[in-house]
Design a protein around this ligand. Sequence first.
Ligand code: SF4
Ligand code: SF4
Length: 444
Amino acid sequence: MRLKKLTFKGGVHPHEYKELAEDKAIEVMPAPELVIIPVQQHIGAPAEPVVAVGDEVKIGDVVCQAKGFVSVPSHATVSGTVKAIDPRPHPVGGKVLSIIIENDGKDEWSPDIAFDENYAELDADEMKKRILNAGLAGMGGATFPSHVKLSPPADKPIDTFILNGAECEPYLTADHRLMLEKTRDILEGVKIIMKILGCKNGYIAIENNKPDAVRAMRQAVKEMKMDAEVVSLPVKYPQGAEKQLIKAITNRKVPAGGLPMDVGCLVHNVGTAKAIFDAVSSKKPLIERVVTVTGLGINEPKNVLARIGTPFQNLIDFCGGLKENTIKIVNGGPMMGIAQYTLEVPVIKGTSGILALTEKETALRDPDPCIRCARCVDVCPMNLLPNEMARQIEYDNFEEAHKLGVLDCIECGSCSFVCPSRIRHVHLFKYAKLEITKSLKARA
Ligand code: SF4
Ligand code: SF4
């Protein structure tokens, strides 16, 4: 296939700050004394607790079970005793029912987890079953259940799979390190995904600010004799957003309100591909992930392999603590991440980074009125009118914002990034989406 213009309309070029952690090899963090496992770590129905206070668990034991098709289970990430099941602060906001496990320090694993030499011969249904049982949800931050993504309806065949190694959010380097250090595991995951989907075209998409990862992937693809192409993309945010990635690589446009499957494509993040390999080859559940702990406010920026459920405070301590001038902690990247009010929140399946930001890195001034400069319109990768949508939402005119396409906003934050009046568009758009969804449900 001839690759054309490997980019998309709009987008921005924020300062990258990747140099803080990109050369730091992944460090394994000792398991904490206590883990907090929320029942909601994915898009869809919350999982249902299947343990009780006082129960003994081993690593990999299911502690909450999927409820419905669009849901995933979660597992014990330390061995020990269930100490409490109650609502705890969640990194995505509010409080969520969580299972608190006290670590007994024995690191005992569930006996079901073992390498299966014949995993590549399994049929697609068995592979998907293992992926569901492992509790996999998109690790790039979207947290959509992986088994659902891998089960498109019969009338939406997938012919193209794109491995998302763009990691376009500034600061984050977890995927970059994973591509360097677990190259073959990730590609084994790609093989599994392509087998499940029965698709022919495979692309590994990496922004060209990671030339070592591009080289490592090209070398491994060659050695493993894979029929996949490693594509080096120009650096532009939000290059790693699904719709923008599909447009850049295939020149196909996902329709408004549509999904990648509508144009025969599927995208998975590199961390998810590695987790898919672990799940299918060893029945290993998602009990840990790589988190970039970085920002000018952290003493020792690192890429850390941490157990799911580890409190942010423990990770920050592991990275030498905070500098005095830290004024903001963010879950995720600076463009789409969520500011935190407590460090008691745990790492969840979608936690790609923890940022400690100083005043230099943060715009804290209150918004001014819109000066109608249209910069936000120029950069919107979804061809929306952010200024007009924000104006309508400020007047609670959700119907008009709906007509303007606010539901298609991918919440990339590019509009806020360029806005000279520092208008908090994404905050307004999230609010409007909730209101519109509520009113659509009420009308249904
Ligand atoms: S960038 Fe900001 S000031 Fe300019 S039109 Fe958009 S909302 Fe208004
Ligand atoms: S309107 Fe949405 S999609 Fe467009 S730039 Fe703003 S946040 Fe991104």
